[in-house]
Design a protein around this ligand. Sequence first.
Ligand code: AHR
Length: 648
Amino acid sequence: MKRVFLLAVALTLGVTFPRAAAPVITIDASTPAGKVSPLLYGLMTEEINHAYDGGLYAELIQNRAFLDNAASPAHWSAVHGDGSAAAIALDPGQPLNATIATSLRVDVTQASSGRAAGAANDGYWGIPVKPNTRYRASFFAKAASGMAGPITAAIESEDGKTTYASARVSGLTQAWKPFDVALSTSGVAPTAKARFALTVDRPGTFWLSLVSLFPPTYKNQPNGFRPDLLQMLIDMKPKFLRFPGGNYLEGDQIADRFEWKKTLGPLSDRPGHMAPWSYRSSDGLGLYEFLLWAEHMNAEPILAVYAGYSLKGAYVKPGPDLEPYVQDALDEIEYVTGPASSRWGALRAKAGHPAPFTLTYVEVGNEDFFDRSGSYDQRFVQFNAAIKARYPHIQVISTVGFEHPESQRVRSVTPDVVDEHYYKTVEGFLKAARGQYDKYDRKGPKVFVGEWGAYETPFEPWNPRSRGEAPTPNMRAAIGDAAWMTEMERNSDLVIMHGYAPLLVNVSPGARQWRPNLIGYDALRVYGSPSYHAIKLFATHLGDEILTARAADTDVLVSVTRDSRSRRMFVKLVNPGSAAAPVQLDVSGAALRPTGTALVLAGDPQETNSIEAPERVAPKQSRVTGITSGFTYTVPPNGIVVLTLETR
Ligand code: AHR
């Protein structure tokens, strides 16, 4: 009976009794095989799937500047009903200024106390109402003669019958005036079935511009971030933030590129722009906010500068035509890193950050292998020379890696780093994880895997047929992702940074353009996919030394790293098979302590997480005992394991 009990305990802890049959993984802990790149795990980000507007950027009003659609005020509706009447329309004849070149005209023809009329916004798939929460509403308003308000600002149910929070402003004049008011909810039940309304209780005409509503933001930063979402990112302990894209950097046409200078300053100076993923960006999350975002995460910015190529094929000829774009990039670097006394550094200081940000890597463009004109080589040369001349310490990244033919790569100079992108099936990653980077020349450029992600199905991220599928990957995809991470970790002397893409998805109907994505959310809730958990596990158990680990006669993939200070070893094991996989861990060069921990992410390969079931697939922690060199550990089927082994 006692033996049966002990056997059960041992199996629960993942320890099996040494049997000669288990395939052996040998780990050499005597001398590190290399240094783990200090920036290995980071985040790739861009405006896609309503990642910022309707996502991380906490603004709750969709189409706040009325510029999203030139024909009608999208996401706005007239508020009227029994005993009240109103009509709304865009009015380019009453612009706020040259940047926000239109406004919303509200004609209230019938209204009285208790029968208000005006305009309402439906938010980003609802306005999230939370209990005991203070919101900040702001807007510009002006009125026709005879109308002075007051305007009631309210967060209310979709049908207007329930008011969750409201406040009044008065003193409208015939000139534009800013209004700012706090709205506080009481102990209401959370809901996103709500709207934001601006109404009056008497007939008259008024105009609205730049209508904004913010919930509490991360660290109360004005114009800041949604705390729950940012916390998910902070928990991943990313070491870098690659921004602003991705295709979002380039835009469909040159005029649609990310023009960083137009993303600075007060919101009334930011026109926003058409983004390549089928909707307009408010640019509320502009260059300054990207930098604060990186800082909140304790991560380094990896700045991608527009390099004269846009998605639909237009490009700027290298030479004099490209000079203004090169200058723009130099100005941008000065904005990020220059002293407060410099021209562009002064603007950053004025925004509230006198201290320069650290910037080591600048990426020139995005996926320039799509530029069939062959201009990238010389465009890169021009940017590279200008950046190096002014900022010799900056490492310049080319967007064409070794996965592309030599004819498409930069040949006239050797880039410091090349960016490789891999969107592959799980099988594709399992294959690549068996030595892709062993073949790379260690004397050549370093590698940044700036975008990667495994697919359960063939690669068809934009295919409308895939819209019925989950927006985030399943457990099987996480296996492909984890396998690929073992390859990048083992080779992190060469692969200095990597980031999954896309990072964020608003899962509301119609909000996404791509699948799968790492983190899903709606107006109220957020969850991590199995791949999110896998990346977080790997990134938070890393250390600084690569140890050589060799697996024989097993499909289990392995990567071993160590923290040189604590001497703690991290053994990552990935079992892509549908049967449990015992492996014998032979460790030389270190004395193991008998107990350690296992973090295990495993389950049905088809299983995934969702808004309704956010933790269906989540890591489980257990104690592992009986550890000694030669001990056998059983990796569960479809399992990802991080073993932390203590050494003496
Ligand atoms: O991650 C989505 C897109 O994939 C990126 O914008 C682009 O760089 C790549 O093609």
